[in-house]
Design a protein around this ligand. Structure first.
Ligand code: 3PG
Length: 392
């Protein structure tokens, strides 16, 4: 079923509720990473240009259904005002008389940011009266909150049926276009790179992407669990010992997919992540006793980059080593740069890999870097996201 774009709706003079995902990292009461705020700007600006009365709503953190200053969206409002260069009105709640009054006095082109939706337990419970109260604030519902679209909450799903008009904002559309493109009509060869700590978190993603991809490259700590399940010694590397059977079953099932699955053939290792002077490279896939795998080795880096070079589309989720430490970041950044140089359509899943490319200042060089962590993983598993379904 199709989803309307914000471009297809008349917004002038209407009260337009935009669900954004402003769940941003905070430090000392300030936004420490404004990626998600910047990602929502095109939609907000467009609503303002079209003379809407803009109501922005988001959650921040997990305040357990209680108002808590620590999770107030006020600092987010302050950063948004800086980025837009205009005033943002701030509500001290997201429902109730005070909010209704603020909304009714809102003029065209003005922006009101509601307070954290999760200060009410009814948000996560998707409680019907709460859904109706949110819906009563507006005439139009726009979702730009891809990062929260895997949650069936009042503001992401429940309220939508009570609003006359609904559509996707630009960020939501971009996420669906690129992540959906990998799953539905990929350019070939499609290469998928998966890393990160736990294979158990990614079983469904690995399987779904193995069905779609021509080649699947696996690194990061999840590769140690898979290697161990194959009977390879991996020293003291991070292994999910209780998940070895699950990993073995996964490897078995992967044999019947068309994708070529490639695990690391060498590793950068050390006795522990801080023993920088004792870092060495293994000669093969085996990791010696007392050593811990912390990045893919140079031969693996080269072979992964060679595969990426020939790709027409690359999807990447999860760092290939402990990239936060320079001694173990080569694998992650080499494959990131190989993606950029490949000329392929390049899509980076959210979470740690998005953080890695942001940190390196190269995010803008990819076709798309997802703002969704859990949401992008669930989407790539092939699951229907409640926040997307609600827009159909
Ligand atoms: C996220 O950061 O992944 C989203 O904002 C969802 O947050 P949640 O995991 O607290 O629901």
């Amino acid at each position: 079923m199709s989803i309307l774009s914000i471009d297809q709706l008349q917004l002038a003079g209407k009260k337009v509720f935009i669900r954004v995902d402003f769940n941003t990292p905070m430090k000392d009461g300030k936004v420490s990473d404004d990626t998600r705020i910047r990602a929502a700007l095109p939609t907000i600006k467009s609503a303002v240009e079209k003379k809407a009365k803009v109501i922005l709503a988001s959650h921040l953190g997990r305040p357990d259904g209680k108002a808590n200053k620590k999770y107030s969206l006020e600092p987010v409002g302050a950063r948004l005002a800086e980025l837009l260069g205009c005033d943002i009105k701030m509500a001290d709640d997201c429902v109730g008389d005070g909010v209704r009054l603020l909304v009714s006095s809102l003029k065209e082109k003005e922006i009101l940011l509601l307070e954290n939706l999760r200060f009410h337990p009814e948000e996560e419970e998707n409680e019907d009266n709460f859904c109706k109260a949110l819906a009563a604030l507006c005439n139009v519902y726009i979702s730009d909150a891809f990062g929260t679209a895997h949650r069936a909450h009042a503001s992401t799903a429940g309220m939508v049926k009570y609003v006359q008009e609904k559509a996707a904002g630009y960020l939501m559309q971009k996420e669906l276009k690129f992540l959906g493109g990998v799953l539905k009509n990929p350019e070939r060869p499609l290469v998928t790179i998966l890393g990160g700590a736990k294979v158990s978190d990614k079983i469904a993603v690995v399987e779904n992407l193995a069905r779609k991809s021509d080649t699947l490259l696996i690194g990061g700590a999840m590769a140690y669990t898979l290697l161990r399940a194959k009977g390879v010694a991996v020293g003291t590397s991070k292994v999910e010992s209780e998940k070895l059977q699950m990993a073995q079953n996964l490897l078995e099932r992967l044999k019947s997919t068309d994708a070529k699955v490639i695990l690391p053939i060498d590793h950068i290792v050390a006795p522990n992540p801080d023993a920088i002077s004792e870092v060495m490279t293994t000669s093969g896939e085996t990791i010696p006793d007392g050593m811990m795998g912390l990045d893919i080795g140079p031969r693996t880096q080269t072979s992964f980059c060679d595969v990426i070079k020939k790709a027409k589309m690359v999807f990447w989720n999860g760092p290939l080593g402990m990239f936060e430490k320079p001694a173990f970041s080569a694998g992650t950044y080499k494959i990131a740069n190989a993606m950029i140089a490949s000329g392929a359509v390049t899509v980076v899943g959210g979470g740690d890999s998005a953080a890695a490319v942001e940190k390196a200042g190269i995010a803008s060089k990819f076709s798309h870097v997802s703002t969704g962590g859990g949401a992008s993983l669930e989407f790539m598993e092939g699951r229907e996201l409640p926040g997307v379904k609600a827009l159909e």
